[in-house]
Write a protein that binds this ligand. Structure first.
Ligand SMILES: NC(=O)c1ccc[n+]([C@@H]2O[C@H](COP(=O)([O-])OP(=O)(O)OC[C@H]3O[C@@H](n4cnc5c(N)ncnc54)[C@H](OP(=O)(O)O)[C@@H]3O)[C@@H](O)[C@H]2O)c1
Length: 307
């Protein structure tokens, strides 16, 4: 479904449909996150993009503003592998949002990484688990008061079909003993779905803040070319050629962030702007609760968050 078509059908000007909405998009400097930030800003949202380098941020900002000089766009910088930087990022976002409106309508947890080898973050955690799961978990926790202040808040976390082949390796979540790039990636994308289910459970059935997991399909981005070499790089270089372009890949993310109809739905996992059943494992309540408790411990959060 094309969001702009559905907006026009409802008599709304697509360029203004999201005016006044505050949205944060992590990983907005390339691929799916860049495309989503650009499209949401084009519909009038006030977008705070997150990037990890000044140069990449400057490039992304210039590209979006050259297409849309009146875009309400700003950026924050953080390396999401560092919990210290995730907390500082949340503080910077709080400052921007408080100054603007007092509520954050949408948080898009999109930033993601692939790593060839076992790589420890400054907190001592495996890089993919840290960037792809713990950073969204911690950032969401830190921004919950702002999201709750919005009339209809949404947390959209970008997962992947690769969650389907995964389980949580409870005996060695960081895969220190037996690291494998794909196994670590799949586990982190499963964690995105378990997190979205558990956040909804903890918020309660009637709460006006909802969490969704977006599956963008196979998208032709450079994700597998960063922090990789050898066979991993070779495989992704070929595999990505079969993927859609990032604008298409971002469609479900944009839909979940923007479409008014989504709020009434209790579906959690979405692909091609439609709900889809995730793996059975991803729907197991006891696994989601266990992962939540582990994530709280790993992020130094007092137990019971999001209640
Ligand atoms: N591509 C696919 O086929 C596919 C399929 C399913 C799911 N996904 C998911 O889609 C999301 C976006 O991926 P993509 O394919 O668009 O890849 P991408 O083009 O490489 O974008 C990833 C974004 O995350 C940022 N990032 C990576 N590590 C970071 C860190 N430590 N701190 C802060 N930012 C960091 C990158 O910054 P830089 O610009 O500086 O590199 C970039 O903005 C990921 O969560 C991925 O798992 C992708």
């Amino acid at each position: 479904m094309s969001d702009s078509v559905s907006l026009q059908d409802r008599g709304l000007d697509p360029a203004k449909a999201l005016a006044g909405r505050m949205m944060v998009v992590t990983g907005a400097t390339s691929g799916i996150g860049f495309a989503a930030a650009q499209a949401l800003a084009a519909r009038g949202a006030c977008v705070i993009g997150v990037g990890r380098s000044e140069a990449r941020i400057a490039e992304a900002q210039a590209a979006i503003l050259s297409n849309n000089p009146s875009a309400q766009l700003s950026f924050c910088m953080a390396d999401l592998s560092s919990q210290r930087q995730v907390r500082a990022l949340a503080a910077a976002i709080r400052e921007k949002v408080a100054a603007a409106t007092g509520g954050l309508d949408v948080l898009v947890n999109n930033a993601g990484a692939v790593a060839n080898w076992y790589t420890a973050t400054e907190d001592g955690y495996e890089l993919q688990f840290a960037v792809n799961h713990l950073a969204p978990f911690l950032l969401t926790h830190e921004l919950l008061p702002l999201l709750r202040a919005a009339p209809a808040g949404r947390v959209v976390t970008v997962s992947s079909a690769s969650h389907r082949n995964a389980h949580i390796h409870w005996g060695d979540v960081m895969l220190r003993r037996n690291y494998n790039t794909l196994k670590a990636y799949q586990q982190s994308k499963l964690a995105n779905v378990l997190f979205s289910f558990e956040l909804n459970r903890r918020l309660g059935a009637d709460f006006h803040l909802r969490a969704y997991a977006a599956d963008p399909g196979l998208v032709n981005t450079e994700i597998g070319l960063k922090g990789t070499s050898g066979i991993v790089r070779w495989v992704w270089e070929r595999r990505r050629r079969g993927g859609t372009d990032p604008d298409h890949g971002a469609a479900t993310v944009i839909f979940l962030a923007a479409d008014p109809a989504v709020q009434a739905s209790r579906e959690v996992y979405w692909k091609n702007c439609r709900p889809l059943a995730p793996s059975r494992y991803a729907q197991r309540e006891e696994e989601a609760a266990r992962l939540w408790e582990l994530s709280e411990r790993l992020c130094g959060i007092e137990s019971g968050g999001a209640r």
